[in-house]
Each structure stands twice: as C-alpha cells, then as structure tokens.
Design a protein around this ligand. Structure first.
Ligand code: DGJ
Length: 709
C-alpha cells in the first residue's frame, strides 16, 4: 500500500503528544530519540518500526545521540570542538525540534541542541522517505561564540546498536579491481573505513558499507544496515564496539588534516549520510537504495539513458578526424544513441598525444581535428546520433600552457619537488578563480558547440602535493575543494539542465550519491573484462541502481564470446567501446539485435526491481534478474563463469514475481540473434522450483524474458 503524507503524519502527531519521544520513521523503520531529565538527547530505539508508536514509551533510554568530546563518554565522539579558550569539551542540551514535509514529500525532523556554556548550536537533520525506507541525516554546527572555534571532528551521523553480534561488509579494491567485498565480525575496538585521496576518493574504498545485526549478512534474510556518505571527497566511517558490546557507527567527512575553523556566527553543514535498515537482507536494502536514488537523488534519475559507442579502447590517443567520422558512422550502424569522443582531442603547444601532456589546454588539436569538434557534431547529426565529449577539467599536466600561465592555480607544495600521479596535478578548486575556469571549460564548449549532449567528466589523480596557494588555512583544502567542485557543478546544472554527464575517475574513483545529483551515471571500472565485471557490477549494485552504472562491451577477454561480453554489459547502462572491425559479421548482427532488445527492455532492466539470484562469489555461476514495477515483465541473466566439466547443476529460483500470474518464458538474444520459447509457468513455480538456466559451458550465458499472459 502506498502511504500518503497524511497517513504518515497521523502516527507522528500522536507521538508528539509525548513530549520526550522524537520518532523518525519510514514504513518499516523506527528511529527514536528522547530528551531525559538532564536535558540531553538520547537514542532510544533504532530498529523495525513498532506497530503501535505508543510502545516506544516503554523503552529505556540508550546512549547519548550525538556524543561530544571531553565529557563522560570514553569512546569515539561524533563532535569535537576546540573552543577559543582552549577548552575541548562540548555539552549539548536539547532546545527544540521541528517537523515539516519537504517539497519532494519526504518528512524532515530537525532536532536542535546547544552548548549553554559556549552558545554553539548543533542541529541534527533527519529526512525520512517512508516508502523507500531510506533516511538521510546531516548536521549543522554554528559557532555561537565571540571568537573562532575549530571543528576537529564533525560527523554527519551517529547511530547506536545493542545486539549480540555485528558483521561488517566493506567494499574495497584498487584501480581495475574495484568494490571487492569482505566480511568481518566486529569485536571490541574500532574499525575505520576511510579515504584520504581527496579527488579520486573511492579508488581503494567504496563509500558504503553493510552491517548485519546478530547474524552474518544474507541476501534475503536478516537485519542489515546499509549506509553511505554523499560526499565527493574524503570520508570516514568509524565502527566501534565498546566495553558493553554496543556498537556505534559514526559517519562523516574524514577529519584527517581537516580541522575546520568557524568564524563567529559561521555555520558548517556536513554532508548527508544516507541509510536503510532492511529486515530482509542485503537484497531488500539494495532495492530501497535503487528506488530512492532513481526517484530523489540521481540527476534525471527517472529519465531514459542513452546507449553509446566510445572510442577510448578502440583508438586510445591514436585518431584523426577521418577515423572518428568512421566511428560515428559505426555508432549509427550499431544502432546506439550516441558517439562519445574520449581523451586525446585537445591541446596544441603540447598536443595530447599521450597522458604526459596537454591536460588543461582545451582547444582542439589542429592536426588531429582540423575542422574542430564542430565537424564531428555535424557528422553525428547527419547520422542521427548524439555527440558526447570527454573532459578532465579539474586537472593539469605540468607540460601544458595552463600550468605555465597559472601555476598559482595548481595544488602543489611551494618548497618541494612535485610528484605526479598519471603525470598530472590537481587544480585548486578551493579558489573561486579556478572554479570560474573549470566552469568555463564546459561553458565555452557548450557555447561553441551547443550540440554536445553529454560529457564524460574524468578525474585521474588523487590530490597530491597537498598545498593551496589560495587557502589561508591549509586544513580547509580537502573540504573546500569538494565545495568548490559542487559550486561548479551547480552552475553547470543551472545553465545546462538538459546536459547529461558521466562521473568517471580513472575507473571507479568517484562513486558517491552527492556526485550523482549532478551526473546521470558513473564509470565503475576501467576493467571491462566481462568475467571481472560480473563481480564489479555485483558489488556496485549493493547500493547503486544499474541505471547509473555504465557497462561497455570491449575487446578485453577475447576468449569470451561477443554474446557473453554483451550479456554482461546489458545488466548495466549499455555501451560499446570497440572498433566495429573487431566484430565479425555475425557478432555485429548479434550486437545490433541485443541493442534493439535492450532498448525494448530498458524499462524493466533500468527502472525495475533488481534481484541478485545467485552470487558469483558462491560458485561458478551467477544470475541476476530484473522485474518490472508492475510484475508483468521480467528479465533473467544467467552466466556460467568457469564451471567444472562435470558439475551438479541446480535450478535458478526467481524472485519478485506475482505468484498467481502465468509467465511466458523465452530465451532471447541467442548467439544467432534469435529467440526461442521455453514454456509457460506460474510465478509460484518460477520462484519455488525455478528453471535450469546454468550449464557447464565456460563463459557462457543466457537471457530469459518473462511476460505475464
Ligand atoms: C580513465 C578512464 O577511466 C578511461 O575510461 C578513459 O577515459 C581514460 N581515463 C582517458 O584518459
């Protein structure tokens, strides 16, 4: 049943009669705070929503909600203020709370706290999305003192748990090996998941985690907290089990090298921590995130997505106008929506013939593109495909005119030798002049070539040589950099609301939900081997809808058939990064058919519910399915990775179907581009008995379409 705002407000209004309890709830989750006699705010409850809200009154208080430094607590605080007089303690008491319904229908609760001794104010924001079971939370800290104060720690969120066991699943890896899961039981002490890379923040650690309560995380059972910080920069999650076996989860900007000074009256707004508490395992938590993200967070989250042909792996830096025109024609022949020109099209004094030079000089290289980008957009128009362009506007090669002219715009240590990551340095986005310049890169291109429909915005270096010529306080650089980036992205979005962009960072170095407010999709990894992608896409799907995950068919892993490679990419936002000459005539025909089928099935794959049926981590096979929101259509992907010659194969049991409906099952996208009938089955049969979808073929795959009759 859909809840409307009024049905939600009724129970909340009933609770507010009990002045001490502040209840934040979604359809299935309750988070309850209470003000005790000492005037301080405590977390009373966090778990499955109780059917009768009055029952919350029976509960005793738990730990203090937003623990501050220097008081009675002996573990990690959420907030640490260094006051002007040298005092490091903060004591917060409740001053009031307000509820409102925001424009998007979400329910906002703001709890206000103050330190009476110093006058500093802390507002805790909670925004609940009832139907999606998502809560966003952030904090506003205001300096109420006469002199500057320093925020040494400033978490967005603190959540408390008191359970028998806690199992943390984290996702980390490296370039071309992103989002690899590992699970550990949390025992006494602290576990920190953090990043200090600044720009390319998620290269080693994905910015999300799962904590299973009482029992290890399961796909369809058990209570699991899944959380992520919306911040395109350094984050830190601290998970600490105390002497009493209680867990606190503190989430926010990484305070590493970032103690932030607030002037008198100044306010610091932390990024949003977004979480869901699923009572039915990781699968439900993922679907909560997917629904919420498409509807409320991702740029154009409910809109269609374009298939594309990218030239990066087809040409790398080695192209000219003729080659690109061929590829644009190839995009048309393949049947995709857009051609995307990647790195290597710009700079003249130091032409971008490799990644060693040219970054920062955003004019077309005359000998490669004598007629400029305009000739390419014109050809794209002629072919009836859209045109997209790669940029990396936050970065500079020392071998560039930009570096020669504006060394003061570069993050670099004034008194040490520079060291480079991919031969480049990061521009100082804390500086408003640099923000203007970065905005100008997009603005100038769009003004000159209004037919550009899409940018792939890359970011290949972490912040190195950390020093800003602009900042008065170097502690502010990591935070102000991200704020500067958002300022630029806000301006771009305001001026070019229809522009779509891919968030890319040397593979999956940037994958966060605040970034996705500006980007329609992201590049999960430079690893496009379809076998590895099965694992990588599995990892990202924990919180990101496949609509946001670009998945391209390339020539990585030539032992895998074009079908296997395409089937994997069809479980994401489909694209191709391939020279059409690398495809046989049969393969080309196969791909053309798959693109047509993908276009037809996009509403199910990109906007439906995703069910991870069989994990690639559990054996030699994997299967994922998507069910349309009305349960009338489904698409099941089944992959055999490296099975043994003789294996005990079991049926794939489906999920999310209407048990009473009868579904016609067809195998589609077969290697000869044909389809074949499998049979008619009830939803109940498909979910209880399932179908034999796996084989002992190495790197073989099948796609099944389910249609309710
Ligand atoms: C890194 C990206 O991840 C690649 O897809 C490609 O765009 C290169 N950068 C270009 O330099």
């Amino acid at each position: 049943m859909k809840l409307n705002i009024f049905s939600l407000l009724l129970p909340l209004a009933a609770i507010s009669a009990n002045a001490e309890d502040i209840v934040i709830s979604t359809d299935n989750t309750g988070l309850v705070f209470n003000v005790a006699d000492d005037g301080r705010l405590y977390q009373k409850y966090f778990g499955k929503r109780l059917a009768n809200p009055a029952d919350y009154a029976q509960l005793p208080n738990g730990p203090e909600a937003y623990i501050t430094n220097g008081m009675e607590d002996y573990f990690e605080p959420a907030l640490h203020i260094n006051h002007a007089d040298g005092n490091k303690s903060t004591l917060l008491t409740y001053t009031g709370h307000k509820r409102s319904t925001l424009a998007d229908g979400s329910q906002q609760t703001v709890i206000s706290l103050t330190d009476k001794e110093y006058g500093d104010n802390v507002d805790l924001y909670f925004i609940a999305y009832p139907e999606e079971d998502i809560i966003k939370t952030y904090t506003e800290i205001t300096n109420g003192e006469k002199k500057p104060i320093q925020l040494e720690k400033y978490a967005s969120s603190l959540l408390h748990f008191n359970r028998d066991h806690y199992y943390l699943t984290q996702y980390n890896g490296d370039w071309i090996a992103e989002v690899q899961p590992s699970e550990t039981e949390l025992k006494f002490g602290k576990k920190e998941l953090d990043t200090k890379l600044g720009t390319r923040a998620n290269m080693f650690v994905s910015p999300f985690f799962q904590v299973a309560l009482d029992t290890p995380a399961q796909e369809n059972a058990g209570e699991v907290l899944v959380g992520t910080l919306g911040w395109t920069g350094n984050f830190r999650y601290t998970l600490e089990v105390d002497n009493l076996g209680r867990l606190r989860v503190i989430s926010g900007i990484n305070p590493y090298a970032s103690a932030y000074t607030l002037q008198k009256g100044e306010k610091f707004t932390t990024p949003e921590f977004i979480f869901t508490l699923s009572g039915n395992g990781k699968g439900e938590a993922s679907r909560n995130f997917h629904d919420w993200a498409r509807k409320y967070q991702v740029h154009k989250g409910m809109d269609d997505r374009m298939t594309l042909l990218n030239n990066w792996e087809a040409t790398y830096f080695d192209f000219n106008e003729d080659k690109l025109i061929e590829l644009i024609k190839g995009a048309k022949e393949l049947g995709v929506d857009m051609f995307l020109l990647d790195d290597g099209w710009f700079a003249n004094k130091y032409p971008r013939h490799s990644d060693t030079q040219g970054l920062g000089d955003w004019d077309e290289t005359a000998d490669k593109l004598p007629n400029g980008i305009g000739r390419l957009t014109e050809e794209a128009k002629k072919q009836g495909v859209k045109f997209g362009l790669w940029i990396e506007p936050e970065m500079v090669n020392p071998k560039s005119e930009l570096y020669e002219q504006h060394k003061d715009w570069v993050i670099t240590l004034p008194n040490r030798d520079e060291y480079y990551f991919r031969n480049q340095l990061v521009l100082d986005l804390a500086n408003p002049k640099v923000q203007d310049y970065v905005f100008g890169v997009v603005d100038k291109l769009m003004t000159k070539y209004p037919d550009i429909a899409f940018f792939k915005w890359d970011c290949n270096s972490p912040i190195t040589n950390i020093y800003s010529n602009y900042e008065k306080d170097q502690n502010h650089l990591y935070v102000d950099y991200v704020r500067g980036l958002y300022n630029v992205l806000d301006r771009i979005q305001a001026k070019y609301p229809d522009l779509r962009m891919m968030m890319c960072s040397g593979g999956g170095g940037r994958t966060d939900y605040e970034g996705l407010k500006y980007f329609t999709e992201f590049w999960p990894s430079d690893n496009t081997d379809p076998v590895d992608r099965l694992y990588i896409q599995w990892g990202y799907s924990q919180i990101f809808p496949v609509k946001t995950q670009c998945a391209h068919v390339t020539t990585w892993n030539k032992q895998a058939s074009a079908k296997f490679r395409t089937d994997v990419a069809m479980m994401g936002k489909l694209g191709f990064d391939i020279n059409l000459h690398d495809l046989s005539a049969d393969d080309l025909k196969f791909c053309q058919n798959s693109i047509k089928e993908y276009n037809r099935l996009k509403p199910v794959i990109l906007d439906g519910d995703q069910y991870r049926l069989v994990s690639p981590y559990d054996g030699n096979h994997t299967s994922t399915m998507f069910v349309g929101k009305n349960k009338k259509q489904g698409v099941v992907f089944a992959f055999d990775i490296f099975p043994k010659n003789v294996e005990h194969l079991t049926n794939v049991k489906m999920q999310g179907l209407d048990p009473k409906a009868t579904y016609n099952v067809k195998e589609i996208c077969k290697s000869d581009a044909s389809s074949s009938e499998v049979g008619n089955y009830s939803g109940d049969y498909l979910m209880t008995v399932g179908l034999p979808m796996f084989t002992t073929g190495r790197m073989s795959s099948r796609i099944y379409e389910l249609s309710a009759r």
